[in-house]
Design a protein around this ligand. Structure first.
Ligand code: G3I
Length: 321
């Protein structure tokens, strides 16, 4: 049985993967990505981002998102949709515009309205806002914060609730919140405030981009998941990968395997952690080498599509339930 089959037996809703548009011409890649028993859920790692969806103001192009969502629906895979509001991968017209608060609010609503309607009922969850906090727990300085002020996050959630299917879960998604620290505490405080004020938020996504040698432990991750669950939202590991410093070695792969298995186990063992998504399953398409030169091999399958120890560690761990 594949990882999703085992994950469901262990009580998760899904075990999923991100899929990148740049490799959709690779038939081997595509057949694994949409293999329902391996991955019960898919996320476009780029295809639904602002620069591709609305490259010119009020001109919408869903081809890149559809190229992943549609085959996902056909294969019976759940979809996590990613992402409405981020500071990265914005189109030039938006980034370079000289916006008033009123105009940018309109731009934000129009984008969420169109994309949420296009994917109406096609997403188990939407990452409504991505990476709004700095590691020290302060608000990240972005075009959204500068023009709209701190209200922008709740505006985004309100627009998402207005236009997305009522069945779609609305998530806040971030990295570096997989242990109790200033950043995760800031996110938990935001969630607490939103729940109290009836701002529609349903979940927190912990990206879980980890590094061999300094990843959080099983206990760290559980403690952080519980921080959010205490505020009455669900959680998920949304972008799990474990990079290592090259050159690769069996020793590093063994540690990597343990980190993958422990992270997944933390989600299985916490009742309101619904699922785990890996940020691609195939080393050659990972985002890691471009962003962290000298690091890589962060995924479950190597360049030859051979399963690495990390794959078997997750599989064995899930079988023990
Ligand atoms: O659009 C061009 C395309 O025209 C060209 O053919 C191709 C050739 O390399 O490059 C394309 O742009 C790349 C884009 O991904 C689409 O493939 C960018 O150079 C590249 O920087 C970009 O990286 C993405 C990154 O977000 C951007 O910050 C990664 O693939 C994607 O995995 C990564 O995902 C983020 C999550 O959204 C949020 N959390 C962190 C995570 C990792 O950074």
């Amino acid at each position: 049985p594949g990882l999703d089959v085992l994950a469901k037996r262990a009580g998760l809703l899904y075990f999923g993967t991100a899929i990148d548009n740049v490799v959709l011409n690779n038939t081997k890649y595509v057949s694994i990505a949409h293999n329902r028993s391996e991955f019960g859920q898919v996320t476009p790692s780029n295809g639904q981002k602002w620069m591709y969806i609305e490259p010119e103001r009020n001109v919408f192009n869903y081809s890149m998102g559809d190229a992943i969502v549609k085959p996902g629906i056909k294969a019976g895979q759940m979809r996590r949709c990613h992402t409405f509001v981020w500071h990265n991968q914005l189109p030039a017209w938006l980034e370079k515009g000289n916006w008033t608060k009123a105009e940018l609010t309109k731009v934000l609503e129009n984008h969420i309205k169109n994309e949420a309607r296009h994917y109406y009922d096609q997403c188990y969850a939407w990452d409504v806002v991505n990476e709004a906090f700095e590691d020290n727990g302060t608000w990240r300085d972005t075009i959204w914060l500068r023009v709209l002020g701190k209200e922008y996050i709740e505006l985004a959630f309100k627009f998402a609730r207005k236009y997305a299917s009522p069945r779609t879960r609305l998530y806040y998604n971030d990295y570096g919140i997989e242990r109790v620290n200033n950043k995760s505490l800031a996110v938990a405080a935001l969630v607490k405030d939103y729940v109290k004020r009836d701002i529609p938020i349903d979940g927190v996504g912990l990206q879980a981009h980890f590094t061999v040698g300094r990843a959080p432990t099983y206990e760290n991750i559980k403690a952080s998941l519980n921080l959010f669950i205490k505020e009455k939202v669900e959680t998920a590991l949304t972008e799990l990968d474990v990079r290592l410093a090259l050159p690769d070695s069996p020793e590093k792969q063994a540690i990597q395997a343990e980190i993958y298995a422990n992270s997944t186990k933390a989600c299985v063992d916490v009742s309101d952690c619904v699922g785990v998504t890996v940020w691609d399953f195939w080393d050659p398409v990972s985002w890691v080498p471009e962003t962290f030169p000298g690091n890589g091999n962060a995924c479950l399958l190597d360049a030859d599509f051979k399963r690495k120890p990390a794959y078997y560690a997750i599989s064995d761990m899930l079988r023990s339930y």
